[in-house]
Design a protein around this ligand. Sequence first.
Ligand code: UDP
Ligand code: MG
Length: 332
Amino acid sequence: METQDTERRLPTLCIVIPCYNEQEVLPITAPQFKAELDLLRERGMIAPDSSILFVNDGSSDTTWSIIEGLAASNAAYRGICLSRNRGHQNALLAGLMECRSFCDICISIDCDGQDDIAAMEEMVRAYLDGCDIVYGVRSSRETDTFFKRTSAQAFYKLMSGMGVETVYNHADYRLLSRRVLDELSRFEEVNLFLRGMVPLVGFKSTSVCYKRHERIAGESHYPLSKMISLALNGITSLSVKPIRLITGLGFIVSIISFIGVIWAVVVSILGHSVAGWASMVSIVCFIGGIQLLGIGIVGEYVGRIYLETKRRPRFIISERTFEADGDDGENR
Ligand code: UDP
Ligand code: MG
């Protein structure tokens, strides 16, 4: 009776893995995830029906057939396929929302083997100790290229400077409990930035440090353009600080202009007025530039509002390797 009780309390884990054109990586990393799952199960930390959920983000290669093959070979593998490529954040959200029907805790991780799979054990232990959110934090960036390292560092600095609360050096490797997932499902934004949204959910959280490896195979799907767009999404969907900065700047420029006008009036009254062409042109350019920048930033927000008001679905699931539990896709 005692053992049955303890067994019943073991959490069912689901490892959620977004995959986009990962045919080279998946056959290598999938057994590694499975091995970790088996290890946690053997150690009596998670329930026997724990699983791995792959989210195929509209890959154009053989990723989906690899996932189907895995699911057919072992019940621990599951897969869902999005109707088209929607980007990492949307694919991840699709997996997180999907796994709610069959797990108590989930761990999201990239499928390229860069994040240390062994850190999962510590994450589950932290959950068993009472944490609802466990962030995987990179202890060093030695394995990243110089460009990736500096751009990523700039990214985190920019985020915190712009008032978005993120966990430094934490990407999307984290454990979330079922109730965090349920609360997260109430966040309805279309412009997703999960690592900024999760801290907003609250609950008890902690961090686990791990070393990041190099990508096992294939190439990064996060070139500079996608990183800038992620940063922009993060800032505009979670903070209005840029607009406040513009207001502040506008205020300062107005005061300077006001002083300039008084100065001009005084000079002309005193009769020393000499036409200063250069200063005139530079002031006009300066104010013109500031105005355009201001309009641009405000425009970014207006654009986001436009997208949010449409309330389009954030992902559409086209296929599953398993029977879905009632609710299909997003429950808005
Ligand atoms: N990914 C995705 N959709 C995309 C781009 C990436 O699902 O449009 C997945 C990808 O398969 C990987 C994860 O997101 O599992 C992180 O991507 P990647 O490793 O290329 O980014 P990096 O680690 O270089 O930031
Ligand atoms: Mg990667």
